[in-house]
Design a binder for this molecule. Sequence first.
Ligand SMILES: Cc1ncc(COP(=O)(O)O)c(C=O)c1O
Length: 402
Amino acid sequence: MTPPLSERVRSTSRSSIRHMFDLANDEARRGRDLVRLEIGEPDFDTPAHIVDAATEAARAGHTHYTPNAGLPELREAISRTSMHGSRGRVDAGPDFDPEREIVVTTGGMEALHLAALAIADPGTEILCPTPTWPNYLTQARLAGATPVEVPLDPDDGFALDADRVAGAISAATAAVVLCTPSNPTGRVYDEAAVRRVIEAAVSHDAYVIADEVYGGLTYDEPYRPVASLADAPEHVLTVGSFSKTYAMTGWRVGWLAGPERVVEQVTKIREATTASTASVSQHAAIAALTGPHEPIDEMAAAFGKRREYVVERIEGIDGLSAPSPEGAFYAFLDVRDWEKSSLAIAETLLADYGVVVAPGGGFGDAGEGFCRLSFANGLDRIEEGFDRIERAVAEKAFGPVG
Ligand SMILES: Cc1ncc(COP(=O)(O)O)c(C=O)c1O
């Protein structure tokens, strides 16, 4: 007999983004010239002053475990200013008490995972307006909860439909996850709609998990943190990260900020999971928050230029459109008019044109008919990618228009 595997773990699946990533890596190993537009990771190197701070910390012997909640200086820095936006510093919103209301985590990923573990039980639901980042659905399952997709309307550019989301909240709801700016649509959710969702969550004694890892990258308006919109901020769990704004994906530093009762539970279970985030990475994160922000503003400005270029190219290709990216670094291409599924389109683009995008169906059922294009790549590569996509569209590579 074979010993069983966990049902919770078996009920999860790998995302189709990963599938494309693996296929692309295989092709790249064979020497193929690919334009990689599937990856949600800044192409920039971490700014030098941040790397220097980590090196110095390691040399100075900061190579030990840190408190489970993270270095006090880092929590302090997060509480003072948690994000650099493309228009200068974005206020962190409500004042979080660095000692009781902030826990440093191993990326935003761990903050989201442990938040789900801390607040959900079997029989509860975690609601995700979709299309959305698929890891929330996996994290809900790992917590024994049921992930519930609440589809947003593609014809409304996947704007946050507060009525629909509020209507899906019930006594079973442990949390609603709002990813804003959104991965994959690039939308920044309307403040009034966010307020309504928070009110509905409060009235059912549920939490709103605000995933704001892209909060430092907005293009039209400075970002307003979700917790700052809430009359009852004790119902909002804010997740932040150094990965995207500071080009620090590999350093693995993020945080959860919110009510003490949740932060305390998350800090408690960290003792048995990662114990603490890598000490040198935490020193790097302190430098990111307290050091010069010109290098960070330069990256944000580069993303702004790419976004303009991407919008222009999409408009210039007959039959292609996308909701305008207001934040993050994604364009969600509308391919509903084509005959093939989003996965088949992504596979065709890779196999026949050497350009890699992520199939929208991987972001929940509502994402089918779309492909996510990441502009976290140099302008020259983005240009080449669009030239190839343009050729594929001209050659009707995705089948006749349905
Ligand atoms: C929406 C969203 N949330 C959270 C994360 C996690 O980022 P990290 O764990 O690197 O902070 C990502 C990374 O791609 C993301 O896209």
